[in-house]
Design a protein. Structure first.
Length: 150
């Protein structure tokens, strides 16, 4: 375990213990506000070759928000009690740990690279009690400012 990973783990342990084993709130990530063209790639290596990869594209208005919300897979029912916890908003490179209220549900980590014109993120997850691992990668490129409803 690297020194940086050990510091994150120790910090998370303090957060969880001080929260009385309640789920700590998700960490935020700050991006240059605007509409981003987001490409999401999901890799499920345990499936057959033709089912292994799934890619979607969408346009989303992003700003400072919950880091967990950037990965579509974390909005699924299986991850309802899970959040990405870790880095402070505003950092160019940031690491997060996937923390679930039910510690047997899943474990994982995410890494983000945030620049003024784009965002890249990689989520790695291991489902608890199973030998199932998968990852989800997002790449977002800023297109323009968000339109404000009047």
């Amino acid at each position: 375990m690297s020194y940086h990973s050990a510091r994150i783990f120790a910090g998370l342990a303090v957060c969880v213990c001080s929260a009385g084993w309640q789920l700590v709130s998700a960490s935020t990530i700050a991006v240059n506000p605007g509409v981003y063209e987001i490409t999401t790639e999901t890799l499920l290596p345990h499936l057959e070759e033709n089912l292994r990869y799934a890619t979607t594209r969408s346009n989303q208005c992003l700003s400072t928000q919950d880091a967990s919300s950037l990965f579509p897979i974390l909005s699924q029912v299986s991850f309802v009690d899970c959040n990405l916890i870790g880095a402070q908003a505003g950092r160019e490179n940031s690491d997060y740990a996937l923390i679930c209220r039910n510690s047997e549900a899943a474990t994982g980590s995410a890494h983000f690279i945030v620049k003024s014109s784009h965002i890249h993120g990689l989520l790695k997850v291991k489902m608890g009690g199973k030998n199932m691992k998968f990852s989800q990668r997002i790449n977002g490129y800023r297109l323009r400012a968000c339109e404000i409803d009047k």
